[in-house]
Design a protein around this ligand. Sequence first.
Ligand SMILES: [Zn+2]
Length: 330
Amino acid sequence: MKFSDIIGHKENVDMLKSMVINGRLPHAMLFTGPEGTGKRLCACAVAASLNCLEPAEGEPCGKCASCTRLACGNQPLVSFVGSLKKEEEIKIETPSGGVLIKNLVPSSSDGEKRTVKLSIKQVQEVIRLASLKGYRDGKKVFIFDDTADASLPAMQSMLKVLEEPPPATYFILVTNREVSLLPTIRSRCQRVEFLPLNRSDMGRFIEERLPRARSAPEAVEAASGSPGRLTRYVNARKVLLSNVPPEDFFSEVSDWISCKDPDEPDLEEKMMMLLEIEAASFRKSPGEENCRRVIIIEDALRDLRKNANADLVVSDMFLKLGAVDLGQVN
Ligand SMILES: [Zn+2]
C-alpha cells in the first residue's frame, strides 16, 4: 500500500506525506467526503507510511516487514474499527500490493462479530489496545471506518480517547456522513476533505484500474467522480459489458445472481445500482431508450420482490436491456 496507489487528491496526499516526514501528523484526523473517493485507502497509506521501515520522502516502500504485514492484514499496530457490513475482512487491491482490512473484533465477545454499527465494546477494545505499551518505535494507527453509524455511548467513549491520545497513537476517522458525528468529536479532529475526482483523474482510474468502464459511459456519469461507486456500477452491469457468448449467458447470469464475491452487494442492492445508473442517464437525456431501460429494471425489481424466480427474472431483464443497447426494440 503506497500513496502512489491513490488516484487524485494530490494536495491531501502531499500534505499528509509532509506531515508524516516532519513528525507533525495530528493525533486525530477526520477524512471526510463522498463514498468511494479513496478516503479509506489514503488512511491505509498514512498507516503504512508511519510504520514503514524504509520510507522514501514519506512514501512507504511496500516491501519491508511492516508494509508486507499490512498488505496481509497482520500488522498489529494498525487496526480497522467499524462497520464492514457483510464480512469481517476486505482485500483492497492496488498496484503496490493492496491491503487486507480486518475488522477489529472485541476479544471479549463473539456475538458482536457481525456488528454493523460501531459498538461501545469495539471502542473499549481500542482503548485497551491503545494503552498497551508499543514496541520499538512503532506507531499505532486506529482507522475508524464509517463512524457515523456509531451509537451515542460509543461516540462518547471515542471522544474520551480523542481528548487524551496515548503517545505515538493516531486516530483516523473516515466518514461520508460527517454531520452524523458528534460536534465535539469533529472539533477534536483535523479535517481532511476528499472531493469527487475530476474528469481527468476519473479517466486515469478507468484506464489503469477499470478498463471495462470504457464501454459504460452512463455508469461513469452516474458515479459522479467516485471510483468506488463506478466499480460497483460496472460490476452491476457486468453481464451487459462482458459480451457474453450466447452459450454462457445463463451461467453468467447465475453467477451474477449468486453474488459469490464477499465484497459484492446482494442481488437487490445490485438491481438498485442498475436502476440508479439508468435513472441518471434518463435524467441527463430523457429519450425513449433510456426510459425503456428504467422500466425494464423496475419491472424486474417488482417481480423479484414478489418472489418470482430470480434466474428467470434477471436473465429476462438482461436480454431486454441487451436488446435496447443493440437498438432492437421498437
Ligand atoms: Zn515499508
